[in-house]
Design a protein around this ligand. Structure first.
Ligand code: DGY
Length: 324
């Protein structure tokens, strides 16, 4: 019998996927679900044939210093891969894959959840009920902002941005304006009920809600900064389900406190799981713990996608979701 490839999984994965991984490969699972530190990551990179990391694993160029990796493929569990230095991987001859498509709908659903929660003050209301502070129905109680029919701006019009646009346009009758680095085709825009704008600055002042769906990483670090927040309307809301580093959190907290914008809904943070202390003080911010893809269907789908990429790699085929 030929020797099975050794793979290391850095976090606990859905049981259905771990079962198949175990049947096919010589697998080291992470039963305790404790995140790897740098030493453990180096040990994994030098002892296995494949590594299966997630967003909580920082694989930057410093991790490769002084080691000769045995790993030949990194099959990331997630679509975003700004936590992986793909150039460093490439220079070590390591193939990197991700898991697009399967999480687009659920991530868009969470963006809609945040948009509605922030606009309708659902977080504040929930806290009031649970803390026994609700006194009675009254005409001026927790008055929010109507969502239906308003204008939604989208930055990053890939698969998730398009799903968000469809929900907003077809579900809530919203006008959708989309900014993307490369101009989306007319057919895509039409299917999503969206029009495209040519610059982010042009978009900022036109929308009632702004939802971020672009990649993270250095290229988009603090894309939304103090200057850009000031271009938004005072009744507008910022929604971020993309990556924390896209928003300057200190500037956002300041904008929320000073009334530069009306509110925010965040699922991702610059230094997860830490949240900027000033944001925690903002009643007008809805804060979720990175739940975008957190449904049984999607988390299993992500696992099976990573598995397919791994299977293709070890069969000598091009993995479907190869990043480098
Ligand atoms: C993704 O797939 O990018 C999710 O945010 C989890 O990392």
């Amino acid at each position: 019998m030929s020797q099975r490839s050794k793979i290391i999984v850095t976090r606990k994965w859905p049981e259905a996927v771990e079962k198949i991984l175990t049947e096919k490969y010589d697998v080291v699972l992470n039963e305790s679900d404790t995140p790897f530190d740098a030493n453990k990551m180096r040990e994994a990179l030098t002892s296995a044939d494949a590594l299966l990391p997630t967003v909580t694993d920082k694989i930057d160029s410093s991790i490769f210093e002084g080691i000769t990796p045995s790993v030949k493929v990194i099959a990331n569990y997630g679509v975003g891969y700004s936590h992986i230095d793909v150039d460093a991987c490439q220079s070590h001859g390591i193939v990197v894959t991700n898991t697009p498509d399967v999480l687009s709908e659920c991530t868009a659903d969470i963006a809609v959840t945040l948009m509605l929660m922030a606009a309708r003050r659902a977080g504040e209301g929930e806290r009031e009920v649970r803390e026994g502070r609700w006194t009675s129905w009254r005409p001026n109680h927790l008055i929010g902002h109507k969502v239906s029919g308003k204008t939604l701006g989208i930055i990053g019009f890939g698969r998730i941005g398009q799903e968000m646009a469809k929900r907003a346009h077809h579900g809530f009758g919203m006008k959708v304006l989309a900014y993307n680095r490369s101009t989306p085709s007319d057919a895509v825009l039409q299917a999503c009920g969206a029009s495209s704008v040519i610059s982010i600055d042009e978009l900022m002042g036109q929308c009632d809600f702004l939802s971020l769906h672009c990649p993270g990483g250095d290229a988009n670090r603090h894309l939304i900064n103090e200057e850009r927040l000031k271009l938004m309307q005072p009744h507008a809301f910022l929604i971020n389900t993309a990556r924390g580093e896209v928003v300057d959190e200190a500037a956002l907290a300041q904008a929320l406190q000073s009334g530069t914008i009306a509110g925010a809904g965040l699922d991702v943070y610059e230094h997860e799981p830490k949240v900027h202390p000033d944001l925690l003080e903002c009643e007008n911010a809805v804060l979720l713990p990175h739940l975008g893809s957190a449904t049984k269907e999607t988390r299993e789908g992500m696992g099976f996608k990573a598995l397919n990429n791994l299977d293709a790699f070890f069969a000598g085929q091009p993995p479907h979701d190869r990043v480098v």
